[in-house]
Design a protein around this ligand. Structure first.
Ligand code: DHB
Length: 308
């Protein structure tokens, strides 16, 4: 029998596939669904300090090769997710609490709240929401990331990772990796959606906010996601684990993310379209690829991409 166990920092997981933040993780009902599914763990919708309604609808649209969204951070607020997480045991394994501040001060308020709560599991700091009008994605501001993480690690001592936007230039990978390597991060999650895409049907945009501009997900972004996973695998110190996200619709896609160096793989658009039963399928497909190739565990092929 193939083994799908994986580890991330001090935590271990029975399998390697879970939801991506933003999909099927808004409230208790959806989070309970994930816990009842084959997902190995779960991440919450990115929480802000106060609950938010998000952008006007329609704000998500499935399109032939993926999805476009401009949700605008609808969420129930940090207290809701902290309350929920009190019902989840953090032990050898852990859920992920995703947070994002609308300002640097708000990010610190969120992290201090987590630190003084009873939740002692993994935290994902989202540096890459592309859908807030007038707010740039912090992940594209290398100095800003350096300044924020310097402040954060002056007081925050829970296991923390960052969710990054996709990068498209090798010197940008060098620059952001050099910054990230200076901090005791537990993980880097790459990629968030490709920001500010435009999908058109006949003569009209697909979603209402921002005159149709929105984050692109699904199969469109798999090659970009794999490039980001592998570029960070080549550059980050080994103590920073990589979570691979982007374009996963099959066990083959999960396999490719791991081959590029991912320790956990997250599913966004395909989970939105197929529902939590997708995790059974992805796991079965991954196991059958591994069996065919004679791989018994993820270590047998993680990061071992072949070059020509
Ligand atoms: C939203 C989208 C993102 O890609 C993200 O990282 C956070 C929030 C949103 O629009 O809700």
């Amino acid at each position: 029998m193939t083994r799908l166990q994986t580890t991330l920092g001090q935590f271990s997981f029975d399998s390697c596939v879970m939801n991506a933040s933003g999909v099927h993780c808004y409230d208790r009902t959806e989070l309970d669904d994930l816990r009842a599914s084959k997902a190995t763990t779960f991440v919450t919708k990115s929480a802000t300090l106060n609950p938010r309604e998000g952008n006007p609808t329609p704000r998500y649209k499935a399109v032939p090769l993926g999805s476009i969204n401009s949700m605008g951070l609808p969420n129930l607020g940090i207290d809701y997710y902290l309350d929920y997480l009190e019902t989840v045991e953090v032990g050898e394994s852990s859920p992920f609490l995703s947070v994002t501040g609308l300002s640097r001060e708000e990010t610190h308020t969120l992290l201090r709240k987590i630190q003084s709560s009873s939740y002692n599991g993994l935290v994902e700091l989202n540096l890459s929401c592309p859908n807030l009008i007038g707010k740039p994605q912090l992940g594209y501001d290398t100095e800003g990331v350096n300044d924020l993480l310097t402040e954060v690690f002056a007081y925050f001592d829970q296991p923390l990772g960052v969710k990054l936007p996709p990068y498209f230039d090798l010197t940008h990978f060098d620059q952001i990796a050099e910054v990230l390597n200076q901090f005791p991060l537990t993980f880097v999650n790459t990629v968030n959606s490709i920001g500010n895409a435009l999908y058109i049907e006949d003569e009209t945009v697909a979603i209402k906010p921002k005159n149709g501009f929105g984050g692109l997900g699904g199969s469109y972004i798999k090659p970009t996601a794999l490039a980001n996973v592998h570029a960070f695998y080549q550059r980050l110190k080994p103590s920073i684990a990589i979570i691979g996200t982007g374009g996963v619709t099959s066990g083959r896609d999960v396999f490719e993310h791991i081959l590029c160096g991912a320790r956990l793989v997250q599913v966004g658009t395909a989970l939105q379209e197929e529902g939590p039963a997708i995790f059974d399928r992805l796991e079965a497909e991954l196991r059958s690829i591994m069996a065919e190739k004679g791989y018994e565990c993820l270590d047998d092929f993680r990061g071992k991409l072949h070059y020509l």
